[in-house]
Design a protein around this ligand. Sequence first.
Ligand code: UDP
Ligand code: MG
Length: 317
Amino acid sequence: MDISIIVPLYNEEESLPELFDWIAKVMTKHNYSYEIIFINDGSTDHSWKVIEQLQKKAPDVVKGIKFRRNYGKSPALFCGFDMAQGDVVITMDADLQDSPEEIPELYDMIVNQKYDLVSGWKKKRHDGTLTKNIPSKVYNATARKVTGLKLHDMNCGLKAYRNEVVKNIEVYGEMHRYIPYLAKVAGFKKIGEKVVSHQARKFGTSKFGLNRFVNGYLDLFSLWFLAKFGKRPMHFFGFWGSVMFLLGFIAVLVVGGMKWYALSTGTRSPLVTSTPYFYLALTTMILGTQMFLAGFLGELVSRNSAERNNYNIEKTI
Ligand code: UDP
Ligand code: MG
């Protein structure tokens, strides 16, 4: 099979028929063998009914997954990645903001130009300037610095992947924003981008509010930390724990020694040898030990953290 198109969706009943027709038109024109995998992420509208109808209409093409509840875009994509059979895997949003017309060129970049992953770049965005465009620019600039990937629009819903890539990355929690980075960490090197057209949302509203940016930054930090120390937490906690312990230990010796000297010689002791400072030094030492032990715990946890992803499928068609 040439192409798997993965569409995660949450309450997008109005868009689905049009999206299906649009994709089918492009696929037929280019004679691709393909599948569309709709992942209904716990929609509370009639999205699943629509998917069932589309599946009846095109049983060879349409696959539907129904999650038992809303798990989020990352688990939805991850589930689609698991199922995808095509040589090239395309992800796109269900809301008609991404255009299927981009697929042939994305396909060509993967198959002929040998990219592992191509990320869409919504150069002309059709979202609110204040709520999306400006925060996105700041956020993407940070992401470029942290991840070392020269992408302008890391979180674009429209992306193309070599099948191998999607089988070798684990998209969990809210990490769909950083799939190119996950691919990089997994060892895939040829990661590019392509300017894609972007439409305003036709039906419904965005499912992600402004807090996406705060969460986005926090996730970026965790990802960076995990990529750097995830497999060896001891290398971070052990190091800084030891540094803290040593500083505390030296301070205890110095402060304690001065205090002892002052007491035993009967001279007036300077302020730094007062009891609170001694306790502060002692506390630093203890905190260092704690931090060191946190490293051990991290090592234990990282050995058992394979099962981060859980979604619950109610039905598959
Ligand atoms: N989506 C999803 N699960 C969620 C939230 C969103 O599957 O919990 C889907 C949504 O239906 C759409 C895509 O993810 O197909 C992108 O969402 P949206 O268009 O709301 O994001 P935006 O375009 O505003 O970034
Ligand atoms: Mg959208």
